[in-house]
Design a protein around this ligand. Structure first.
Ligand code: SF4
Length: 247
């Protein structure tokens, strides 16, 4: 990475402008079409409607996310690049562990996220030098230390909304009439795969509905944070069994 990075505190739109000028077609916005990702997409499309947008089509997305993708295509005219998992890896995983393995144990859940999210994203990121995501520090304990610009997997990773509040996100959406995912209206504050996301109860945290059957300490999918310790080692073993079933 040879680019000199923008100063801390650079406004999100200026960060996106910098990345689009610096990296051109080798910059993408990676989004699951939650509010934060839609703010980034809206900002970037105002700068250049040809901006590349990628999303992980895990094979377990709720129907409402497909509806949202159609809304985005129509509103912004972008071709959302759908990134799918390797079909043979999914076949072997669900044959070995069942289609709903995520409910069985934390390592099995993280194995599913590895096969359906992390590995497809890593494959897609080989096409680019930089990408932007909608992470915010106040979303959860695991996100408290993210910075607006970092390096990850050998790429420049932008989190332009790192220090934005939920209120700032909502204010931007209201001001610019940004489309919102249909599941927000049904009580989902955070949206992921269908079987792993539920609406939250009053007083629960923003990500309490993600993998709600697990402890809160490590509720990430591995896209942004690596599982640690025993879980990581167990996931590695399970992953090896999926990738090399006859080894
Ligand atoms: S969120 Fe659930 S269904 Fe989606 S990849 Fe992770 S474990 Fe699998």
């Amino acid at each position: 990475m040879t680019a000199s990075y923008p100063e801390p505190g650079t406004p999100p739109s200026d960060l996106l402008r910098w990345a689009m000028a610096q990296f051109g077609n080798r910059f993408v916005i990676s989004t699951s079409f939650q509010r934060e990702g839609m703010v980034l997409l809206d900002m970037a499309a105002r700068l250049d409607p040809q901006v590349r947008v990628i999303t992980l089509d895990t094979g377990r997305l709720p129907e409402e996310t497909h509806t949202m993708i159609e809304m985005v295509r129509e509103r912004y005219g972008v071709h959302v690049e759908m990134v799918s998992p390797d079909a043979s890896e999914v076949e072997r995983m669900v044959t070995q562990h069942g289609p709903n393995l995520f409910y069985g144990s934390v390592p099995e859940r993280k194995l599913c996220c590895q096969i359906r999210k992390v590995r497809p994203l890593e494959r897609k990121l080989k096409e680019v030098d930089a990408y932007a995501v909608g992470l915010r520090r106040e979303q959860s304990e695991t996100r408290e230390s993210i910075t607006a610009v970092s390096e990850d997997r050998g790429k420049v990773k932008l989190s332009p909304l790192a220090d934005w509040s939920n209120e700032q996100v909502r204010a931007y959406i209201a001001e610019h009439n940004v489309p919102q995912h249909p599941l927000y209206e049904k009580g989902y504050p955070s949206i992921g795969c269908g079987p792993c996301t539920r609406p939250t109860l009053p007083g629960e945290g923003e990500r309490a509905g993600r993998w709600w059957w697990e402890d809160s300490a490590d509720k990430e999918c591995g896209l942004h944070f690596t599982p640690s310790g025993k879980v990581l080692r167990t996931v590695d073993v399970l992953l090896e069994q999926v990738l090399q079933p006859n080894a």
